[in-house]
Ligand binder design. Structure first.
Ligand SMILES: [Zn+2]
Length: 258
């Protein structure tokens, strides 16, 4: 089995995802340093205690996730679940890599690109072939949904592809037209999608005001699950790591109804 040095992998990931380009809510990259060489990685959406324990039980050298640790606004003290997670990682020399916005935004490996692939969304492209985006950091993608003419059709499509019932605000008969999407908890960015001319906005989560914004602008809203919409970027990134370095990479889905 091939191996890669932790340092080399960190550099490759940082470069591939252009991690330094983003102003994020957490540090991106190697968040907790473990052993110096890596031959086996567990990928997942979130570096939860359950994911760490699965990684250790399978003999992995690293976890690579979308939701890592050390979020802005969190208390920095090392107590409770945070102490437990750190003790687990450090006690097993497990490396923890986290990439948040850089993994949402990547034009091919990212969550938005991969959600489009999974749902059959057709991104709008500019003259250079880059996806047309809007909103903060260009995180919202714009395009269409061939084969789903109404909000109801799109709901069906999402239900089948993601295996969960999405939350819908709007009339199932309304036309989909221009679709905007941003994985995760991007309900707060819906207005940017409306301003960009979207008829439907797909994200992971909803908040109470989301309903009113959808109703008052006539925009269809779909909350398809934070976890459910963010399972695909990290898998694409894992496949790219495996192809690049010939190491073993396994995705572990720790179910999350939110
Ligand atoms: Zn997220």
């Amino acid at each position: 089995m091939d191996q890669v040095s932790t340092r080399q992998l960190a550099t490759w990931l940082d470069n591939t995802l252009q991690a330094e380009r983003f102003r994020d809510y957490c540090p991106n990259g190697l968040q907790v340093e473990g052993k110096a060489t890596i031959g086996h990685i567990i990928t997942g959406v979130t570096a939860s205690q359950a994911l760490l324990e699965t990684a250790i039980s399978r003999g992995a050298d690293a976890v690579l996730v979308h939701h890592g640790w050390f979020w802005k606004g969190e208390s920095p003290v090392v107590r409770g679940p945070r102490r437990q997670r750190l003790a687990t990682a450090l006690g097993s020399d497990l490396n923890v890599f986290g990439y948040h916005l850089p993994l949402d935004a990547h034009p091919t490996l990212g969550n938005n690109a991969q959600l489009a692939r999974v749902l059959g969304l057709e991104p709008d492209r500019d003259a250079d072939g880059n996806p047309v985006t809007c909103g903060p950091e260009g995180l919202i993608w714009l395009g269409s949904c061939p084969g789903a003419n109404t909000l109801g059709d799109l709901r069906e499509k999402i239900y089948k592809a993601l295996q969960r019932v999405p939350l819908i605000v709007g009339d199932p008969q309304q036309k989909t037209g221009r679709v905007a999407w941003c994985t995760g908890a991007a309900q707060g960015m819906m207005e940017a999608a409306v301003d960009a001319g979207a008829h439907v906005y797909i994200t992971g989560e909803a908040s109470e005001p989301t309903t009113h914004l959808a109703r008052e602008t006539g925009t269809g809203f779909i909350g398809a699950g934070h976890h459910a919409t963010e399972r695909y970027g990290i898998q694409a990134l894992g496949d790219a790591v495996a192809a690049q370095f010939g190491i073993k990479v396994e995705f572990v889905d720790i179910d999350n109804p939110v």
